[in-house]
Structures are given as structure tokens and as C-alpha cells.
Design a protein around this ligand. Structure first.
Ligand SMILES: C[S@@+](CC[C@H](N)C(=O)[O-])C[C@H]1O[C@@H](n2cnc3c(N)ncnc32)[C@H](O)[C@@H]1O
Length: 219
């Protein structure tokens, strides 16, 4: 069965699996399957290892990540999801990856050496002044599992999003409050976001990730 275009630009599909077109053929980032088709190589996107991948399989829309776009990615870790975002924006776009953990940033730095459309920034997303040299971007994506994640996300959207930009927030209910039901926490997050931005999509990520959801916002 041939790999075909997905409804989201920069994403491809075959059966129930999704892929990105590799910018760095022959290289795996996290042990993902590589599939050659003609002179192209596709990387399978594992929804159990990437909340954005899970969101795409759950039908998320309007994510704004596509060829030519710039993305500020908060909580890039080793670069699992970031590498797929890098494939999606292609070499005409760019991804700034932020994470304060030296261990993960070391690996992410080497990944950026192999991919010319990504740059590492070792910093705390709660202090955007530490990376104020980042220009205005088309998309702010955040996956940081912190109690103050909504405030941190809004702070970064205010500072870095272009006027018609898109924000994508991954929420892990247990990092906000382990004692409350996830649905209750997600409702609170929506309420908090809606005071300042427009929530245009929302998907819970089960069965790929339990008690997680993604919000898509526009300013
Ligand atoms: C769940 S992992 C992210 C996984 C990654 N998004 C992926 O799919 O490949 C969460 C990351 O957030 C980072 N993190 C935690 N607090 C942060 C903060 N204040 N600013 C930026 N990153 C943070 C952690 O170091 C960790 O690498």
C-alpha cells in the first residue's frame, strides 16, 4: 500500500499509521520505522511516543505547522516530536527547541547538527526573557508537564506569536493536580485560556496517552 498525503500538510498516511517525509534520510531519531518509496524516505510517527502524533491520529485540526512555518517548541526533550515538526516545516521553515535539562539538550544539540532547520536553546520556558532573541513565530507548541503550564504557555504566546499565529498546548492533568479528575482540569484549562485567546480545537489523547489533551488556540 502506497504512502499518501494526509489532510494536514506535511503529514503522510498509510492505513492507520502516519509519517513525515524525512529531511535526514537513513537516520532514525527514536527507533522509528523508516520506509522508502521511490527516492523518498518516510519516518513513521509513533503516537505513543509523541502527543502531537497522538493528536493528529485523534483528528486535531488547524495546527498551523506546515512547510515554511517557524515554530517555537517548548519542552523539546530529546527531539522525538521536534524531529517530526522539523520534517513538516521542511528546510524552508525553522524550529527553535527550548528545554532546561542539560542531559536531553546534549542529544538535542547533536540532532540539530544533523538538521539544519532546528536550533537548541537551553532555557526555562517560564523565563522567555532568556531567549528573547527568538523572532516572532507562526506556532508556539508547548509540552512541559509543569503545574504552571497554562501561564507559561500564555506568556510565550504573548511574547512570540505572530498576530495570526497558532498555539498548541499539551496538558498532562496529573502535573496540574493529581487529586482532581482529568476532565475537570481540562475544563479549567479551557476556561483559563478562553479569557485571553480563542480555543479552536481540543482533543483528548486516549488511548495513546491517558489523561492528556491538546488545545489549539489562536490569538
Ligand atoms: C514530556 S517531555 C517532552 C517530550 C517532547 N515534547 C516530545 O514529544 O518529544 C517534557 C520536557 O519538558 C521539559 N521541561 C520541564 N520544565 C520545563 C520548562 N520550565 N521549560 C522548558 N522545558 C521544560 C523537561 O525537561 C522535559 O524534557
Amino acid at each position: 500500500m502506497a504512502i499518501k498525503h494526509h489532510r494536514l500538510q506535511g503529514v503522510f498516511k498509510q492505513g492507520n499509521s502516519i509519517y513525515t517525509l524525512s529531511l535526514n534520510p537513513g537516520k532514525q531519531v527514536y527507533g522509528e520505522k523508516l520506509i522508502k518509496q521511490g527516492n523518498k524516505e518516510f519516518r513513521e510517527w509513533n503516537p505513543k511516543k509523541s502527543k502531537l502524533g497522538a493528536g493528529i491520529l485523534k483528528g486535531i485540526s488547524q495546527i498551523g505547522i506546515m512547510p515554511g512555518k517557524t515554530v517555537l517548541y517548548l519542552g523539546c526533550s530529546y527531539g522525538t516530536t521536534c524531529s517530526h515538526v522539523s520534517d513538516m516545516v521542511t528546510n524552508t521553515g525553522f524550529v527553535f527547541g527550548v528545554d532546561p535539562a542539560p542531559r536531553v539538550m546534549r542529544d538535542f544539540y547533536f540532532l540539530c547538527q544533523e538538521r539544519k532547520n532546528m536550533a537548541p536553546i537551553m532555557a526555562d520556558a517560564n523565563h522567555p526573557e532568556e531567549y528573547s532573541e527568538v523572532p516572532k513565530v507562526d506556532v508556539v507548541f508547548q509540552d512541559i508537564a509543569q503545574r504552571q503550564q497554562v501561564e507559561i504557555f500564555l506568556k510565550n504566546c504573548r511574547q512570540f506569536l505572530k498576530p495570526k499565529g497558532t498555539g498548541i498546548l499539551s496538558v498532562k492533568a496529573r502535573s496540574i493536580d493529581v487529586t482532581k479528575k482529568p476532565r475537570h482540569i481540562f475544563d479549567n484549562v479551557r476556561h483559563q485560556l478562553s479569557k485571553e485567546v480563542k480555543v479552536v480545537d481540543y482533543k483528548e489523547l486516549a488511548p495513546f496517552e491517558m489523561d492528556h489533551c491538546l488545545f489549539v488556540i489562536k490569538l
